[in-house]
Write a protein that binds this ligand. Sequence first.
Ligand SMILES: [Cu+2]
Length: 149
Amino acid sequence: MKLKTLIAATAALLPTLGFAEGDLSRANVIDLPMEMGTDDNGNMYFKPNHFDLVTGQAYVLVMTNIDEYKHELSLNEALEKLFIRKVEISTPDGELVAEIKGNIREVEVGPHQTVEWFFVPVQTGEDLEISCEIEGHHEAGMFGTFTIR
Ligand SMILES: [Cu+2]
């Protein structure tokens, strides 16, 4: 297919897709699974502990706490680099419990629970620290970084 024809065909298709319509926060959301836990040596971790993000891309950070006690994720200074869309909580069978909207800086995840955090990076930043600020957890290794390009 010639390029011109391809562009015309693509343009003709676009309005029928319907869902994005200029709203970057809802289009093609990328899943970022992250485990929160403690290893056999007592080291606490986020796994993975680094995320490479790009501006304008919608993400959902799927935080799963595998421990018997709660953990948290604090965005710290990374908050100002993100448009926070919502935090979502569902039952294990996928039924919605709550969607919390607003500029959320910190989320605690209960034992054996999963919470989803939806955001879109809007500014670049290098190695922005995210951390668990529960007493002793940061010292035990529970922190990570976001790099936004
Ligand atoms: Cu923790």
